[in-house]
Design a protein around this ligand. Structure first.
Ligand code: ACK
Length: 643
């Protein structure tokens, strides 16, 4: 959306209009070309009466220059050069299109070499490719993932004479593109056969090798015991999966719990880079964390460009446990590499204060960001943010990491509206969260965001993260409203257990409300997986018209929450009465019938006390009632809506 100001001098005429010229500028080229005709201008590109235009159908990750020229009836006669204001922008990266061409370069009994062509539309800088493969007969129940920076890979350790299926997808900063179609290949047959004469020799050779290996293992174990050497298995397993410059992920569990290390500070150095404090400049304090201040600043590494960073500090006087817990977040974060997960730059542990340095997110946490920009985003923008969060969560669940504290306050937003999951930790996550409350079983849990099975018997899984995602969805669509408003934690637990669910936020698209209800299924196996959530949101983004059907509930007895079993997402309501019925603010509606008010603008100024005097009790947020009356008024040709 381009906006500009009126020219300082209209030439003394009233017939001023504006023309927008679009140019596409390729990287490194000085001359730009006119944009293709498929770039759309709303309302149009020429003869604009207002000082704004919406430009659509631009390509991702492309430089555009827009020249805006004011003209009046005599502009053609002016001898001077064209005068215009210009703005150059680069569109954000998007997910790449699928890889379509895959070539088999070489096969052997237990390996295959492949290469492929870059996707037709990279839509950004390709960070890497994910190659997923599995034995055809195992039907994807167990698969291996390899990451490759280039367009070729060699898969080793395969079974001879076996059919495999393989898919490749590319990744840009905006996330993964769709996977390629399945590519089938077979390894060569096992030709290892020996004659009976030579078999004895081979058998002896094999037996001696086995004996040597066994002896070595025995020695290793004995020496290990003597030296008091013992270490968790998992980190070693993980290290084994690195090879040929690729991160190899067998199956899906690759997250390593730093608590499996006997010495957690070893885990930090395994997963996080130690930074020299002299490379960090602290600018200002931006917030407070459980362990100390959160600051913004800059990080300049040798031979690298300076970047903005957030710096979490550990306050002086900490205990050993506090230091361990503080740094466990870095050990976890350092294992992730995804555009929707906050990126760890490194840690400072060898000097004081101890620090965790991450990328800087200009717009801070999502809950306060949404409250600050109430009703200012389009549906597509909100779904874009939600898609990012779901994509980050899909990555975490693929890694076998359960977040346990997914909430809008733990999502950070950067200047491009990209949302990233943050706040990692183990026990710390919940200790740190002011929303977390002690349950009867002694655990500390953010009740409003947590699935019933996690509250009652601490069953935290990716399915309980999906429940929390449903709550984040509700928070986003209601611009940072507090889930269940001021109900007490005990009442929330009881209501949810009885089958009640949050109602749709005002103007919430039906498809998104349905997704929330699906995430809040009591039976955790019926909740959507993050993979499915991402694909549902992608479909909505591709078909923005689907967001126009909004969800409201059918008339039912007055109750703040919705019963999941009988909730039906029905199309939007047209009249004020319908809407008030739908949110079941019946006393409010009746009272309003007796109170004349000239415009909804007076309503926010009416205090809850005054409303009480005329018998009105506001259930749910007054803000929502006011904004919906405003919305109805703006649609009504006759001004204020009579109530
Ligand atoms: O809403 P905020 O401004 O965003 O206030 C909180 C505060 O620190 C305490 O957590 C802000 N914060 C945390 N991490 C980052 C980051 N990586 N970039 C910018 N702000 C951050 C958060």
């Amino acid at each position: 959306i381009l906006d500009w100001s009126w020219p300082e001098d209209t030439g003394g005429r009233k017939d001023v209009s504006f023309t927008v010229l679009c140019k596409r500028c390729r990287q490194g080229q000085r001359v730009c070309e006119a944009c293709r005709s498929n770039v759309r201008f709303l309302p149009r590109a020429a003869g604009l009466q207002n000082t704004t235009v919406t430009v659509g159908d631009l390509l991702a990750h492309t430089n555009y220059t827009f020249e805006i020229e004011a003209q009046n009836g005599v502009s053609q006669l002016a001898p001077t050069m064209r005068q215009y204001a210009a703005v150059t922008i680069t569109t954000n990266q998007a997910a790449p299109s699928p890889v379509t061409v895959i070539r088999k370069d070489r096969t052997s009994r237990n390996s295959i070499s492949l290469s492929w062509l870059e996707p037709e539309r990279p839509n950004g800088i390709i960070l890497d490719y994910e190659v997923k493969y599995y034995q055809k007969q195992e039907q994807e129940t167990s698969y291996t993932i390899l990451r490759s920076k280039g367009c070729n890979v060699t898969l080793g350790g395969l079974k001879a004479d076996t059919a495999y299926l393989l898919q490749i997808r590319a990744r840009t900063a905006a996330g993964y593109g769709a996977s390629s179609r399945s590519f089938e290949f077979e390894t060569s047959p096992d030709s290892f056969s020996i004659s009976s004469e030579s078999s004895q020799v081979v058998l002896i050779a094999i037996s001696s090798s086995v004996a040597i290996i066994l002896l070595t293992v025995l020695l290793y174990v004995v020496i290990g015991r003597f030296c008091g050497y013992s270490k968790s298995k998992q980190p070693d397993e993980k290290r084994l999966h690195f090879g040929n410059g690729h991160l190899r992920l067998p199956g899906i569990r690759t997250y390593v719990d730093p608590h499996t290390y006997e010495d957690p500070s070893q885990a930090v150095h395994e997963f996080a880079k130690e930074l020299d404090a002299s490379c960090i400049a602290i600018d200002k304090v931006v917030g407070a964390g459980e362990f100390g201040e959160v600051c913004s600043g800059r990080l300049r590494l040798p031979n690298k460009k300076e970047i903005c960073v957030a710096i979490k500090t550990l306050k002086a006087g900490y205990t050993d446990k506090q230091r361990r817990d503080f740094l466990s977040e870095a050990s976890i974060m350092g294992q992730f590499d995804h555009p929707n997960i906050i990126r760890l730059e490194g840690v400072v542990t060898r000097s004081k204060p101890v620090m965790i340095v991450t990328e800087y997110m200009e717009n801070g946490s999502l809950d306060s960001f949404l409250k600050k920009h109430d009703a200012q985003f389009t549906g597509i923008q909100l779904v874009g943010m939600l898609r990012g969060i779901a994509s980050g969560m899909r990555y975490l669940s693929d890694m076998g990491y359960v977040h346990r504290d997914l909430a809008a306050r733990n999502i950070l937003v950067n200047s491009n509206l990209v949302c990233k999951v943050s706040d990692f930790g183990l026990s710390r996550v919940l200790e740190d969260d002011p929303e977390a409350a002690y349950t009867t079983r002694g655990g500390k849990i953010p009740i409003r965001w947590t699935a019933p099975e996690a509250i009652s018997y601490r069953k935290f899984t990716s399915a309980s993260d999906a429940w929390s995602y449903g709550i984040v969805l509700w928070e986003v669509m209601s611009y940072g409203e507090r889930p269940y408003w001021e109900m007490s934690n005990q009442d929330v637990i009881k209501a949810v257990d009885e089958g009640y669910r949050l109602p749709p936020p005002m103007d919430c698209p039906a498809a998104l409300y349905q997704l929330m209800l699906d995430c809040w299924q009591k039976e955790r196996n019926n909740r959507p997986k993050f993979e499915q959530i991402v694909s549902i949101l992608d479909k909505l983004i591709r078909n923005p018209g689907s967001l126009k059907i909004t969800a409201n509930t059918s008339s039912r007895p007055a109750n703040l929450l919705l019963d999941r079993s009988s909730s039906e997402v029905v199309p939007s309501l047209d009249t004020m009465g319908d809407w008030l019925d739908s949110v079941r603010t019946l006393p409010c509606k009746e009272a309003f019938s007796g109170v004349s008010y000239s415009s909804c603008d007076t309503l926010p100024k009416t205090s809850a006390e005054d409303l009480k005097k005329v018998g009105v009790t506001i259930v749910g947020p007054q803000k929502n009632i006011v904004s919906s009356i405003k919305a109805l008024e703006s649609h009504s040709k006759n001004g204020p809506v009579p109530v």
